[in-house]
Structures are given as C-alpha cells and as structure tokens.
Ligand binder design. Sequence first.
Ligand SMILES: Cc1ncc(COP(=O)(O)O)c(C=O)c1O
Length: 340
Amino acid sequence: MIDLRSDTVTKPSAAMRRAIADAEVGDDVLDGDPTVRRLEARVAELLGTESALFFPTGTMANEAAIWCLGKPGTELFVHEDAHIVDREKGGASALSGMAPRLVRGAPRVTLDTFKASVRAPSGYLPRATLLCIENTHNGGGGIVTPAAELQAIAAAGRDLRLNVLLDGARLWNAHVATRTPLADFARAVDATMVSFSKGLGAPVGAALAGSRALMDDVHEARRRFGGAMRQSGVLAAACLYGVEHNIARLADDHATAARFAEIVRTAPGVAVTTPETNIVMVTVPATTTPLEVERRAAARGVGIALWDTTRVRAVTHLDVTIEQVEQAARSLVAVLADAA
Ligand SMILES: Cc1ncc(COP(=O)(O)O)c(C=O)c1O
C-alpha cells in the first residue's frame, strides 16, 4: 500500500533504530535520563525557550499545557477544526473544565477571525483565559501561519489577558516552508508543542517548550496526567535523531505534496488545496462521499484518510517517494473519475 493517510505512519529507519539501541538511559522520574535531557535541551535551544519537557504524545502535551495555562469554567479560543477541539476527545473540557469558543471561518485562525470571535465581556458570559493556535494547521491542509502574523494574533490575545498555546505538531514544516527560525514562532506564545512522530519519523514523542516557571508547572501536570516516563531515553534517542537529520528534508515532502495536488486537480469535480507543506485536502464531488473514495482508493492500494463530511486528506512523508506519490495521485484520479 502507498500509505498517505498520515505522516505518522513512517517507520523508524535503520539509522534511527541504531540510535535507539545505543541510547544512554536513566530513570527520568528518579534522577533523570541523559538522552531525554539532551533532547529537551536541544528543543529549548531550537525554539529559543528557557526550558522544554519530553512527552509521550502531542495530545498529552497539549492537554497538560491547557491544564496549566487555562482555568476551569473559562473558555479557550480555538479554530473550529483544530486538533485540540476536534481530535482530543473533548480533553480540554473533560480534564481542565474549559469550554471551547470556536473561531469560525477561514481555514485557520487569522487576526480577523480571532477578533470576530471575541465577545464583549458580560455578567452572563464565561471569561476566556486561553488562545490556541495550530501551526501548520492540519484541517486547513497543512497551512502556515507566518511568524509575523502569529505574533500579531498572540499580541491581540495578550491584550485580552489570554495565555497563548501553539500546537506546533508540524511547526517543523512551517519553519522549513517559510525559512523562518523556529524561535520566531515560539517567542510569540507562552507554550509551544512540537511533535517528533510526524514528519521527523520518530515512533512516538512530543515536547512542550516555554519559560522555566511554566515548565515547572508542566512537570507536575505531566506526572499527574501519567506522562512521567522512566528509561525514556530509548524514545528520546529516536526523537533526537529525527531533529538532527530529518528537518531540512521536509522540503522534499512539500514538493511531493505539490505534485500530488497537481495531478489530483485534473480529476472531474474536485476541489484540491494548494499545499504550503505536506498535506493535501481533497473535497470530493457531490456524486460520491469521502468514505467511498477512501474505500475505493484502498482497493487500489492507496491509503488516504477520510477527513470530514466532504474531504479526504493525503499527507506526504519520508517513507514515500515522488514516484509512489505520483502513482497514488493517478489512482485517486481514476477513483474520482469512476465516481463522476
Ligand atoms: C495538529 C496536531 N496536534 C496534535 C497532534 C497529537 O499528536 P499525538 O498523535 O502525538 O498525540 C496531532 C496528531 O496528529 C496533530 O496533527
């Protein structure tokens, strides 16, 4: 199968597996794991923050950040199809007692859509304490919020005394696509989540980065949420390998995604996003459904993911070549032509 369902499907390479095998480890709950410490220091250095903490998953890192930066009984601003609101099983409400205030319209949060979602304070309405921004924005088709715009949106949030969380699961892609230092994104916000298990090819792992004071709180929350791990250097070694070897090559994934979109756009009745990074969203014709397209593509050996009621998603990554991506795109065109 040519698997474009997600960039999370990548398998650790032989070199990454060697790094895992060679990892120096210790108990990270007792007195520290040296490889985890190295990873955390490297992430803090890249993001220009005082500190960073390793997490098993991006979801746990996001939810720990929401716990620390939000407040029960208050609202968090979040785009209507952001991972935090749509794909974390209501975690912000269930774990931190927060209600989402959806930022609607446009394929990602913009300064205008954020401002339009802010209501005048009132004795009836819940207060808001947090603004979450996803960059790149998955549901919009891996689109980038440029650092200057992110800074402007975050500043507007701060004017309202909101804390700001950046869900940067694919911030690496935004950094490569815009050639902007990672720190230019991270310094706009209070906490940045980055993931190692997507384009960087590690089997698991994420980090949360921010000020030392915030990370002290996050350290407690991580333990409370069950994310304090023991000899986790075996995982951190894979993540470090990804950080040191697989960031610059994300440009290849962006190029293959552009080629995929170019081919799929020739199918009748589709709307295809113009990828800024490694994600392509395809709105299927009204004569079929995303579920049907997903099934028929799978029958032809192509993995694409059902995204919502109108779209399927394809994601390029380090385990697929340009030839495979072109072949997958042609198969998808055939599926869509059959459905027209
Ligand atoms: C934008 C975004 N945020 C957070 C996550 C969560 O990461 P994890 O799968 O490590 O929990 C994902 C995963 O796909 C994501 O796409």
